[in-house]
Design a protein around this ligand. Structure first.
Ligand SMILES: Nc1ncnc2c1ncn2[C@@H]1O[C@H](COP(=O)(O)OP(=O)(O)OP(=O)(O)O)[C@@H](O)[C@H]1O
Length: 298
């Protein structure tokens, strides 16, 4: 696999607390990758390690074939838009583009001006007077016009209303198609991730729980409903993610690469949101026991 991000035993510790642990991950290039997980799971930490804003406490990370922030050439390969979509409030939109041009060797000025025009932003407008959505679009424009191989976006749509969010994600998809970018974005909005991303990484309590192609994840997770029984008695190869019981009935969410033959189960399909929520609501001991990056590969 041609990996745009390769992490091995990656970890980051702040004083006594691990923000990310035992992270083994291979993210294929040319994809739009959704990084999801609850608050404090370690998403921003992973993204900051990827762009070189943080150094690992353990393990290694390679991005676009190099070490994060290792010289001008490596910096040019990766665009990063931080959670708070930082812009300079006293500078105009045009000033930001000028800034981008001076700082980035592969800067595509035409692309940037074109995008700003298409978005209806006034180049003379100060960034401090833009709405949250317009600021996010300006930050995205700076990220794309840098012409990176990998664009990293930390919760890019958090401040946007549903319509602005949809437009932003559509815009991002167009940019990916036009400029052959790889994108890794973190989000709490699984429905956006389901619509936009073709690869998903679920991070819970500082550990990668599952990572894989969206279609493969959906294909290998099922809901089983049947007479009450002990989940531990399932055949080898059927991994229980969550289990719930009534007096007479058991409902399991399982991951399996093979068909479920037991006729006493009713097998139902799951959407990505069901799967992500199941990993997020797993008992804490199951989360801790997870082997690094349970990758779903076909
Ligand atoms: N600079 C820091 N110093 C100490 N602890 C930190 C620091 N930054 C993050 N942490 C801790 O590391 C853990 C992971 O934080 P991180 O910001 O990576 O999570 P996240 O998944 O991005 O969360 P959110 O969805 O709320 O943005 C949290 O427990 C957080 O409190």
């Amino acid at each position: 696999m041609n990996a745009v991000l390769h992490a091995q035993g990656l970890g980051k510790k702040y004083k006594q607390r691990w923000a990310l642990q035992n992270c083994d991950l291979d993210i294929p290039s040319g994809r739009v990758v959704g990084l999801v997980g609850p608050n404090g799971a370690g998403k921003s930490t992973l993204l900051k390690l990827a762009c070189g804003m943080l150094r690992p406490s353990t393990g290694t990370i390679e991005v676009c074939g190099g070490h994060p922030a290792d010289g001008v050439e490596q910096l040019a390969k990766v665009g990063f838009v931080a959670q708070e979509t930082p812009t300079y409030s006293a500078l105009s939109v045009a000033d930001h583009l000028e800034f981008g041009k001076r700082l980035n060797p592969d800067w595509d000025g035409e692309l940037a001006r074109d995008r700003i025009r298409r978005l209806g932003l006034d180049p003379k407008q100060k960034a401090g007077k833009l709405s949250g959505g317009q600021r996010a679009q300006l930050a995205l424009t700076l990220g794309i016009a840098k012409r990176p191989d990998l664009l990293i976006l930390d919760e890019p749509v958090a401040a946007l209303d549903p319509l602005a969010r949809r437009e932003f994600m559509q815009d991002l998809m167009e940019a990916v198609a036009e400029h052959e970018l790889s994108v890794v974005l973190s989000s709490h909005l699984v429905s956006d991730v389901e619509r936009t991303c073709d690869y998903v990484v679920v991070l819970v309590d500082s550990r990668v729980q599952v990572a894989g192609d969206t279609d493969d994840l959906v294909a290998c997770h099922h809901r089983l409903t049947g007479p009450r029984r002990d989940p531990a008695a399932l055949p080898v190869g059927q991994h229980v993610i969550t289990a719930s019981h009534t007096e007479r009935q058991t409902t399991l969410l399982v991951r399996t690469d093979t068909a479920v033959h037991d006729p006493t189960w009713t097998v139902g399909p799951l959407g990505l949101e069901d799967i992500v929520l199941a990993y997020m609501t797993r008992p804490a001991d199951a989360v801790r026991d997870t082997r690094p990056a349970l990758e779903v590969l076909r």
